[in-house]
Design a binder for this molecule. Structure first.
Ligand code: ZN
Length: 318
């Protein structure tokens, strides 16, 4: 059935949470489905609103986010909860359960299971304690761990490249990508046998699979990497060895949303609304945020795209 897709993008990052909503309207029927995407990233071992180093109260963490997630789900059951990686390292909690006591169930995974995550993408810090620890944690997860660009030596994927979730009749493809710079950071023994391929090339490859083979309605890229260029000026930030989200947004067709993480860039702090006149421009307005302690509060909202017409507007607020 030919489907005219009307996408209203509203992205909100609150305490490390990205929120995006997509109303879908069929051309021949008055059926509208609103899908909400929630993203966490760089949680770095924080479950409770507690400073694990100072033994003191703190803001942020999965427990507080869980309350927000429940509220969003109550408003819209058609919600997907995604994590963009770097959750397995960062506090004494994760050190203890990934280095000292490696038989007890992984606490981050346990918390994420309770919260009902739909998927996560592996990031660089997932590998800090070695592949056996990655495999243990992954085996305990009730949600898939994605990465389309991490391969075995034999050329097959080590992790699940993508998932397709049908939400109220809408096929949503979620593609995981991991910064390719891991071999330049990680202890070689921790990633032995793995090949990290270029994320732009892999995005082109797998988005084609999602569109042509899986026939998805919506392509969401969950990339653990950030922007290598300033989103407003195009100025090269000199980080393309680890960040390629800008290149993906500008050169890979078929992507509806890119959810990013990893980089210490914040959205521009101005509150001016701006218009844009191309879908790519809308995609360029993707969110960048560093929220290791879960205390950042940023807002990005309002990109309205109708695929049968030219996009009408794109609004960005940092
Ligand atoms: Zn990272």
């Amino acid at each position: 059935m030919k489907k005219r897709l009307s996408v209203l993008l509203s992205v909100v990052l609150i305490l490390g949470l990205v929120f995006a909503s997509f109303p879908f309207k069929a051309a021949t029927a008055a059926t509208t489905v609103k899908i909400t995407l929630l993203e966490t990233s760089d949680v770095h071992g924080v479950i409770y609103p507690y400073d694990y180093f100072k033994d003191a109260p703190a803001n942020g963490g999965l427990a507080k986010l869980s309350t927000l997630v429940k509220g969003v789900r109550a408003e819209n059951p058609n919600t997907l909860l995604l994590d963009d990686g770097d959750n397995q390292q960062g506090t004494p909690l994760t050190y203890y359960f990934n280095k000292v006591d490696t038989t007890t169930p992984n606490p981050m995974v346990a918390a994420m299971n309770i919260m009902g995550y739909d998927a996560m993408t592996l990031a660089n810090h997932e590998f800090n304690y070695g592949l056996a620890i990655v495999d243990k944690a992954r085996s305990e997860a009730k949600f898939p761990w994605l990465s389309a660009n991490i391969y075995k030596q034999d050329g097959t994927n080590y992790f699940t490249p993508y998932i397709v979730k049908t939400v109220a009749g809408v096929k949503v493809g979620i593609l995981g990508l991991t910064t390719k710079n891991i071999p330049n950071w990680e202890v070689p023994a921790n990633i032995k046998g793995l090949v990290f391929k270029d994320t732009v090339d892999e995005a082109k490859k797998w988005v084609t699979v999602l569109k042509d083979t899986e026939k998805v309605d919506l392509v969401v890229v969950l990339a653990h990497e950030g922007l290598e260029k300033d989103i407003d000026t195009g100025k090269d930030l000199g980080t393309s060895i680890e960040n390629q989200a800008y290149a993906i947004a500008m050169t890979v067709p078929g992507i509806d949303v890119i959810l990013t993480g990893h980089t210490p860039l914040h959205p521009r702090q101005d509150t001016q609304w701006r218009a844009c006149d191309a879908a790519e421009e809308c995609r360029r307005r993707d969110l960048q945020g560093r929220h290791h302690d879960g205390t950042d509060c940023h807002r990005l909202e309002g990109c309205h795209e109708n695929r049968s017409q030219s996009p009408r507007n794109c609004r960005h607020r940092g």
